[in-house]
Design a binder for this molecule. Structure first.
Ligand SMILES: Nc1ncnc2c1ncn2[C@@H]1O[C@H](COP(=O)(O)OP(=O)(O)OP(=O)(O)O)[C@@H](O)[C@H]1O
Length: 339
C-alpha cells in the first residue's frame, strides 16, 4: 500500500490556485522530492499532507488516514521538519528533544537522536546560543525523535555548511536504508539528484514532471560539449558544428542534440591538424538543466514575475503564533500539530 496517495489535490486561497489538480503517491521506503520555484505550492502541498492545512478538493491518504481529520495515530507515526520553527530558547538541546519525544510512543533515546544529527557537543547548550545551522539540526532531531515511518523534510539543509549538508544526506540515506519514507522539498537540485528515488516538479501549482532523476534527465537528448580553442587557432578556422555555440570566458559551449557527431567533427578536425583541444568535456544535462528547462517551458519567469508576490516562503495562519504551545514550547511545530 502506498504511504502517501494524493489524487486531484487542489488548494485555493481566494482567487489563487496554489495547488492545481496534483496527483502522486509515495511507496514505502522511498525518498520523494518535491521541486519547484518559490510559490509553486510545495509547502502548501506538504502542509495538507501533514494535516496542518485544509484542502479545497481532491483526495489525500497518508498512512491510510485522511490527514484533514488529524488522527492521533498519524501524528505519532510521522515526523515533520519545518522550514522555520519556533523554539523555546531557554531549554537546552537535550531537554527540548526529551520533551518533544514524550509525545511519541515509539521514541528514540534523546542521546541517540542528538548524536544522529551531530549535536552531541551542544546537548547541554541552551537553544538561544545555537547557530543557524545548529538550529536546523535541532529541527531535524525533533523530526526524528518519534522514529517516524514517514518524515516530511521541508528544505532541510538550507543554511547548512557543506559538511553539515553531507552529514544530513548521509542521515537521510540511513533513514531510507531503515525503511523510512521521506517526502523532501528542496531548492538544491544536487540534493534531489543525490537523495531522491523520484522527483516531482511543480510550477504554479501544477505537476509538470514526475519520475526518477534519470528518467527526467532522459527527457533531454542534448549534451553540452565544452572546449577551448588551441592557441594558434581562430574560431573561423573551426569546421561547422551541429548545435548552438556560445562563448563563456575562454571556453566555448556547444549545446547539441547530436553530441557524438559534433565530437567526431571537432576531434577529427583537430587530429587531422595534430592539434590538441584544451579542456574538452562532454556533459549530459544535469537534473538542474532539466529542471530549469521544465520551469521555463511552464512559463515561469522567475522572481520578477508579477504573479510572485514576494512573500516569505513559509507562512502560517493563526497557528504561527505559538500561543498555547508552551510545552515543550516549539511554537510552529506543536501548535500546527495540535490545532
Ligand atoms: N495562507 C495563505 N494565504 C494566501 N496565499 C497563500 C497562503 N499560503 C501560501 N499562499 C500562496 O500560495 C502559493 C504557494 O505557496 P507555497 O508556500 O505553497 O509555495 P512553495 O512552493 O512552498 O514556495 P517556496 O519555495 O518559496 O517555499 C504562493 O503564491 C503563496 O503566496
Amino acid at each position: 500500500m502506498a504511504v502517501v496517495e494524493v489524487e486531484h489535490l487542489t488548494k485555493r486561497y481566494g482567487d489563487l490556485t496554489a495547488v492545481d489538480d496534483v496527483s502522486f503517491s509515495l511507496e514505502p521506503g522511498e525518498v520523494f522530492a518535491l521541486l519547484g520555484p518559490n510559490g509553486a505550492g510545495k509547502t502548501t502541498t506538504v502542509e495538507i499532507l501533514e494535516g496542518a492545512r485544509p484542502r479545497t478538493s481532491g483526495s489525500v491518504r497518508v498512512l491510510g488516514h485522511d490527514p484533514a481529520r488529524r488522527p492521533r495515530e498519524l501524528r505519532e507515526r510521522t515526523g515533520v521538519v519545518l522550514q522555520e520553527a519556533g523554539f523555546e530558547e531557554e531549554f537546552t538541546v537535550a531537554e527540548l528533544v526529551e520533551l518533544h519525544g514524550r509525545m511519541y510512543p515509539r521514541r528514540v533515546a534523546t542521546a541517540a537522536v542528538v548524536e544522529q544529527v551531530g549535536l552531541t557537543d551542544k546537548a547541554h547548550a541552551r537553544v538561544r546560543t545555537l547557530s543557524g545551522g545548529q538550529r536546523r539540526r535541532l529541527d531535524l532531531a525533533l523530526g526524528l525523535v518519534g522514529a517516524p515511518e514517514l518524515l516530511f523534510l521541508d528544505e532541510p539543509t538550507t543554511g547548512f555548511d557543506p559538511g553539515a549538508r553531507r552529514r544530513a544526506w548521509d542521515l537521510v540515506e540511513g533513514l531510507r536504508r531503515d525503511g523510512t519514507t521521506v517526502l523532501l522539498t528542496t531548492h538544491y537540485l544536487d540534493e534531489a539528484e543525490h537523495l531522491a528515488d523520484r522527483v516531482a516538479v511543480v510550477v504554479r501549482g501544477r505537476l509538470v514532471a514526475l519520475g526518477t532523476p534519470a528518467e527526467l534527465g532522459a527527457r533531454r537528448q542534448d549534451a553540452v560539449v565544452t572546449f577551448r580553442l588551441p592557441e594558434t587557432v581562430d574560431l573561423s578556422a573551426l569546421p561547422a558544428l551541429d548545435g548552438v555555440l556560445v562563448p563563456d570566458g575562454l571556453d566555448w559551449h556547444l549545446t547539441t542534440a547530436r553530441p557524438t557527431a559534433a565530437l567526431h567533427t571537432l576531434t577529427g578536425w583537430a587530429a587531422g591538424r595534430e592539434l590538441e583541444i584544451p579542456a574538452l568535456t562532454v556533459r549530459r544535462p544535469s537534473l538542474e538543466d532539466v529542471y530549469l528547462g521544465l520551469v521555463a517551458g511552464a512559463g515561469e519567469t522567475g522572481p520578477d514575475d508579477p504573479a510572485d508576490d514576494g512573500r516569505p516562503t513559509r507562512r502560517r495562519g493563526p497557528r504561527a503564533s505559538g500561543a498555547g504551545s508552551a510545552t515543550p514550547g516549539r511554537g510552529g511545530r506543536l501548535a500546527s500539530r495540535r490545532s
